[in-house]
Design a protein. Sequence first.
Length: 169
Amino acid sequence: MISLLVVRHAIAVDADVYARDHNDDDLRPLTKDGRERMDRAARGLARIAPPIVTLASSSLVRAVQTADILAPHFAPAERVQTDALAPGEKPAKLLQWLRARRPSGAVAIVGHESHLGSLVSWLLASSDTPFVELKKGGACLVEFPGDLRAGSAMLRWVLTPAQLRRLGA
């Protein structure tokens, strides 16, 4: 069985505010409050999530910074960035990435909405219409009891950042 921990990046600087002085939204960072809240949520995640062997994120700064916060709580054997987690990518690209890795344990991914909601919905029900939405710093755990294919995953849990922070207290 393969477990996939899906985490939305923590609270970042407001996009409109950031755009006033910066041209590249890919470089938009987390806020101080976002980092602090994510660290508390990561403690809760570490209590309930399976051991993570691979921690992957998109290359956008806010996702990388969120993965940086998660890493000490999970001590993954491998840290990577993948284009499969870029906003707007097709969910099939992440599934191909997972298949190519042949994970021997749980994989955690850090990305962005609406991409993650679409991905999880597709993994659970082969649905092109998203029915899952993660809040900033929220997470869910899906498991593949057999083959890695759309519609074959099972949802184990989905939690808000506040719920994760309470678990970590």
